[in-house]
Every structure is written in structure tokens, then in C-alpha cells.
Design a protein around this ligand. Structure first.
Ligand SMILES: CC(C)(COP(=O)(O)OP(=O)(O)OC[C@H]1O[C@@H](n2cnc3c(N)ncnc32)[C@H](O)[C@@H]1OP(=O)(O)O)[C@@H](O)C(=O)NCCC(=O)NCCS
Length: 225
């Protein structure tokens, strides 16, 4: 989980499926989802994304996704997602996407989600560039790119690209005040390092629900698969 004190980005669980369906509007369907969600498709999406967190983060097609939550109420307010490997992007560039459900728009949640994703990428991955690709008529998202300090980067897009591209160098320091901690990819709870002298690597990461993990290339692998 990542937080700036106003929103959290936390891995979604099956219990989020109904809120995911209810939060979707035409804009989200048109810009991101490609088709309206159903309870079944939402649950499948959440399950597949949870599997992506447990696998190799750099495998093509892997999407690292979070639910965006309002800290004050705990409500699911949107979604955020990064792709570390995207065929249309140069090596080292990560693609970011986001949605905020209608009741929560205009409060800065979209921009906050982008800042947290950038902090995550800088702290936990080898990505050096964050990229946003936005439809030219998506005024709210263009404003998010601007507010988040992204620069226009049309030079990265092919000559036939119809979307507007923006980029942010992740090697610059993330915004102050952001917290990044280790959270269980399965349940989202805090993880801590368990010291075990008789273990070949000296221990493992564990959450309060007793899910146990080893660091693997680009992420965590379950200790008890
Ligand atoms: C894009 C989206 C995530 C923005 O979420 P948000 O939480 O409202 O974003 P923020 O509050 O951080 O910023 C929104 C900015 O856009 C502005 N804005 C919102 N609607 C606008 C519009 N129709 N025209 C111009 N500006 C608009 C807001 O005023 C705000 O700017 P400000 O802070 O200068 O006032 C949300 O509108 C959404 O989910 N859209 C559908 C899915 C989508 O397009 N995702 C992005 C794909 S690239």
C-alpha cells in the first residue's frame, strides 16, 4: 500500500468488485475499460491483477494495479495501474493509467494517484521514465498531467500516434511527504522481515495474515506456494 495521508493505493480484493462496477461511468468505460464491467468481470480483473503482483513484474502484459481509496472514509474512489513493459514504450519507460469515480472527481485524487505511482516506480522498480498517454479531448486527464509536472513528450510517440504523450523523469526525487512501505501483495497488510537464522537467506517477509514472501526479480514470490 502507498499513501500520502489523503488517499491510499492498495491492492484490490474480491470484496472491491461491487464498488468497482458501481464506480464506473461512461468516461471510464470509453477511456480505459473498453466495455462495461459486470460483477463477474470485475472479480476476474481483481483476481488477475493480484496474480500479476505475485508474478514477475517485468513480464509482458503484467499490470500492477491498485484501488484508490479515500483515507477519510475508506471508500474505493478509483483505480491506478502501471505497466513496466509496454511494447509501444521505450525500455525503462512505465505506462501509468488511472480513473477516479465521479463522486470523487475534482478533489486532486487523480493527481495524487499519479504522484504515488511515480514514488512507487522510483522506489521499487528500475523504471526511469513515467509516461501518460491521453486522448486529446480528455481535458481532465490533460490537466492531471500538467498538475503532476509531466512534460509533453510527443517525440516518444510514433508518427501515427493519435494520443498526447507526457513524460516524467523518475530519477528526480519524488515529492516530499510520500510514504512507501512494504505491503503484502495478497491482502495489502503491512509486511515485516522475519529473521530466521536457519534459513538460507536469513528470513522472509511476512504480513499479519501470515502470508510469507521472498523478494523475487522485480517483486515478491510466495514462500508457501
Ligand atoms: C481523469 C480523471 C482520473 C481525473 O480525476 P480527478 O481526481 O478529478 O483529477 P484531479 O482532481 O487531480 O484533477 C482534475 C483537474 O481537471 C480539471 N477538470 C476536470 N474536468 C474538466 C473538464 N471537463 N475540462 C477541463 N478541466 C477539467 C479539474 O478542474 C482539475 O484541475 P484543477 O485542479 O486545476 O481545478 C477522472 O476525470 C476520470 O476518471 N476520468 C475518466 C477516466 C480517464 O479519463 N482516465 C485517464 C485516462 S488517460
Amino acid at each position: 500500500m502507498l499513501t500520502d495521508g489523503v488517499i491510499t493505493l492498495a491492492v484490490m480484493t474480491a470484496g472491491d468488485a461491487a464498488a468497482l462496477v458501481a464506480g464506473e461511468d461512461d468516461a471510464i468505460v470509453r477511456r480505459l475499460a473498453g466495455g462495461p464491467a459486470t460483477p463477474v468481470s470485475a472479480e476476474r480483473h481483481i483476481r488477475e491483477r493480484a496474480e500479476d503482483w505475485r508474478g514477475d513484474w517485468y513480464r509482458g502484459g503484467t499490470k500492477l494495479a491498485w484501488g484508490v481509496r479515500d483515507v477519510a472514509t475508506g471508500a474505493l474512489a478509483g483505480t491506478a495501474e502501471v505497466q513496466l513493459v509496454q511494447p509501444e514504450l521505450p525500455a525503462g519507460a512505465a505506462n501509468l493509467s488511472y480513473s477516479v469515480f465521479p463522486p470523487w472527481r475534482g478533489r486532486g485524487f487523480g493527481s495524487r494517484a499519479v504522484a504515488l505511482m511515480c514514488a512507487f516506480l522510483a522506489a521499487r522498480t528500475t523504471a526511469t521514465l513515467a509516461v501518460l498517454r491521453i486522448d486529446a479531448d480528455n481535458a481532465a486527464s490533460l490537466r492531471v498531467a500538467e498538475r503532476s509536472g509531466f512534460r509533453p513528450a510527443q517525440e516518444l510517440a510514433g508518427p501515427r500516434a493519435s494520443m498526447r504523450w507526457f513524460a516524467h523523469d523518475l530519477r528526480t526525487r519524488p515529492a516530499p511527504g510520500l510514504q512507501s512501505r512494504m505491503f503484502c501483495p495478497t491482502c495489502g497488510l503491512d509486511m515485516y522481515w522475519v529473521v530466521a537464522d536457519d534459513d538460507p537467506v536469513g528470513g522472509w517477509w511476512q504480513c499479519d495474515d501470515a502470508h510469507r514472501w521472498r523478494r523475487a526479480f522485480g517483486g515478491f514470490a510466495p514462500l508457501d506456494p
